[in-house]
Design a protein around this ligand. Sequence first.
Ligand code: HEC
Ligand code: HEC
Length: 150
Amino acid sequence: MKSRLLITAALAAFLLAPCASFAADDTGGLASLRGKSISAPDVAGSDALRKAIETEPLDRDFTEQPPLVTHAVDEYPVTIAVNKCMDCHSWENARKEKATKVSVTHFNDANGKKLSTISSRRYFCLQCHVPQTDAKPLIANTYQRPAGTR
Ligand code: HEC
Ligand code: HEC
């Protein structure tokens, strides 16, 4: 009985030991691609990405790329209660706001069925559309955009 208790205690110590050392350590030296510790995210950097270069749309880098947003988005909330983007980009309002209508693809559900309102798959616009900015590639690479991509 006593030896079984001892084994249990030893096992518990063995299993818990890594937790104790991880709690004390921060990240084991891991860093984000921007070179910041992952325990202290680069919040200022990500805020900068919400400001756009407000010019003509920049060229797309690949054919299926969601068009970049040509204006800042920091004042435009998208929550379960409100989608500010659709105030201007819905088919009802786009003409009045001189904005591009959301694409017809945005009304398809996961099975390709056409809906009369924006599909829930497309509700969170900023999952795909980001403001255009001169962010530098995080990793040097030799990617070239295909000819004729606009
Ligand atoms: C107050 C109206 C308004 C709101 C709100 C708004 N937009 Fe726009 N958006 C425009 C207008 C106008 C343009 C085109 C001219 C320009 O860039 O200002 C545009 C351009 C765009 C484009 C480029 C379209 C193209 O044809 O290349 C995208 C993508 C876009 N917006 C996405 C969004 C997203 C995502 C949101 C919400 C986070 C949003 N917009 C909120 C008015 C708006
Ligand atoms: C899952 C990714 C995704 C989401 C979410 C999404 N879009 Fe798009 N969007 C795209 C892609 C890809 C295109 C270009 C191909 C196409 O038309 O489907 C596009 C095209 C557009 C265009 C350009 C249409 C044109 O005729 O040139 C506008 C404007 C737009 N989206 C606005 C929005 C708004 C507003 C929302 C949120 C309500 C949204 N999108 C959500 C991926 C997305």
